[in-house]
Ligand binder design. Structure first.
Ligand code: TXA
Ligand code: MG
Length: 343
């Protein structure tokens, strides 16, 4: 494994060339995007794709996102409906992934044999430069081990994947900290498969009404997955985590009275004294940015339980609630009595 560092705003051309070489030879490269770090393969190489699944420990029926630099490149691999080309030209590059019909150009490994494909153009100079240098799309999931929080720094990749990656490009912490918004535009109206930094409120200005199924809120695991990844467990720290909808100080009090060591994940202006505290931020964009690191840090504290306040489910708050519901294995407490049922 090689680790190369570069300025995320002006990537070193030598680093980009090295990454493209590794990908051309069927190797895999971890690199930042504006959301989280990705683990990339040349999108047309079956061998590289298989390596990504192996390194990540990801079930082969959970497809990857194909990253492109333009609507034109997306059109090489997918049928982009005429009506949304103009919209995509405005949204991309950015943290919006669309599910569209595949042209069958990328190997089955990438799409997990589906006749649709997820595509996005990342708003980050490093992956965009790699795609340009390669003159081909790159496919990849988030660069975490399956079931771990997505990596927002290169250190997280070293923790999870280390030697299993050919090259890690350290471009510093990622900007948004949660994965892209995914919408399935093969459905009418389009369906939100995963909330992300690009909010539904904003997307509706471009696409009209968007359907938000309960799974997109993280409320239930999909029985028949709209996005194949929905049926898999995600982001669960080893430490029990509970979402608290009432006063945090009250929650800490009842847990301490049971002799438990408690950590509070302070967010959106809500905090309380406890055995440990992790500060995610006041602004919801700050909370999103620090969320995955905090979930990793929670397991490094010697506490019995972590509690995190619920946030308002609008804007990026929808993505935050989706991720923390999964991290909390759907444990949510609206009262002290309900909280005590979990311990
Ligand atoms: O921000 C992001 O989207 C990051 C960066 C690296 O681009 N990537 C990411 O990839 O989060 P991943 O693999 O961790 O999540 C992609 C999700 C999975 O839940 C997968 O099931 C879903 O996209 N997906 C991929 N192809 C699909 C398809 N054809 N239909 C429905 N869902 C699909
Ligand atoms: Mg992921």
């Amino acid at each position: 494994m090689r680790l190369l560092r570069t300025d995320p705003t002006r990537p070193d051309p030598e680093v980009i060339k090295t990454a493209a070489e590794v990908l051309k030879n069927g190797g895999i490269v971890a690199a930042p995007t504006e959301t989280v770090y990705g683990l990339f393969t040349h999108a047309y190489r079956e061998d590289g794709c298989v390596k990504v699944f192996k390194a990540k420990g990801r079930p082969m029926d959970n497809p990857l996102i194909v990253h492109v630099d333009s609507v034109e490149m997306a059109s090489e691999i997918a049928e982009i409906p005429e009506g949304i080309r103009g919209v995509l030209a405005q949204l991309w590059p950015g943290p919006v992934t669309i599910v569209v019909k595949s042209r069958g150009v990328v190997p089955r490994c990438v799409t997990a044999g589906l006749n649709t494909v997820a595509v996005r153009a990342p708003a980050h100079p490093i992956p965009l430069a790699i795609i340009k240098e390669l003159n081909a799309p790159i496919a990849g999931p988030s660069a975490n081990k399956a079931g771990r929080p997505s990596p927002t720094t290169a250190t997280h990749i070293l923790e999870d994947l280390g030697d299993e990656v050919d090259l890690i490009i350290d471009g510093g912490p990622t900007f948004f900290g949660v994965e892209s918004t995914i919408i399935d535009v093969t459905r009418k109206p389009p369906a939100l498969l995963r909330p992300g930094p690009f909010t539904v409120e904003e997307l509706e200005k471009f696409f009209g009404e968007i359907q938000i199924p309960p799974v997109a809120r993280g409320l239930a695991e999909a029985e028949v997955a709209l996005a194949p990844g929905m049926k898999y467990k995600h982001y669960a720290p080893d430490t029990m985590l509970v979402i608290v909808h009432f006063d945090l100080a009250e929650a800490v009090k009842v847990l301490k009275a049971r002799g438990l060591k408690v950590a509070v994940l302070c967010a959106a202006g809500k905090c309380a004294d406890a055995d440990a505290s992790l500060h995610l931020g006041t602004d919801l964009y700050e909370v999103a940015k620090n969320l995955y690191k905090s979930l990793r840090d929670l397991d490094k504290l010697s506490v019995n339980i972590g509690i995190i306040p619920a946030v308002e489910e609008r804007g990026i708050g929808l993505a935050i609630m989706n991720r923390i519901r999964k991290a909390a294995a759907h444990r949510e407490a609206f009262s002290p009595e309900q909280l005590l049922k979990y311990i």
